[in-house]
Write a protein that binds this ligand. Structure first.
Ligand code: ZN
Length: 149
């Protein structure tokens, strides 16, 4: 199990150091901002949705290693997928973070964040990107905060 933890830690460190899909899109159709005041994480998300599919996605912002890695992993996980699948994946990730059930193969590298569950404060760092994505897909314009749940 510790080997797996090491792998997961490597994934998080790598995505924090070299975040994927970091930047801005030329033609976003949805945007949302997220804020986790408990940690000081901020996230601006841009999504290009075409024909019910997440064609492209990018983020900017500043936060801790967990929030950056989670946003990076999320963009890789959802890019190119139909919105319905993205919503289902979002729900499965939320279930994982609540500690209700195993990671499951469909989560892929998102499971790297499962270790965060032992640290309730850090769970919000990991879920910030997904809160923000849900807000973007729901076309809610306002900044979301992890403190509304
Ligand atoms: Zn954080």
């Amino acid at each position: 199990m510790s080997e797996l933890n090491d792998l997961y830690q490597d994934v998080i460190l790598d995505h924090n150091k070299r975040p994927r899909n970091f930047g801005r899109l030329a033609a976003p159709t949805r945007t949302a901002s997220g804020d986790n005041p408990l940690c000081g994480d901020r996230l601006d998300l841009e999504v290009e949705v075409r024909d019910g599919r997440v064609e492209d996605i990018a983020f900017t912002g500043a936060g801790c290693a967990i929030s950056t890695a989670s946003a990076s992993l999320m963009t890789e996980a959802v890019k190119g997928r139909p919105v319905a699948e993205v919503e289902a994946l979002s729900e499965r990730f939320r279930t994982l973070m609540r500690g209700e059930g195993p990671a499951g193969e469909e989560l892929g590298m998102l499971a790297a964040l499962s270790g965060v569950r032992a640290y309730p404060m850090r769970v919000k760092c990991a879920t910030l990107a997904w809160h923000t994505l849900r807000s973007a897909l729901a076309a809610e314009a306002d900044t979301v905060t992890t403190e509304t749940e």
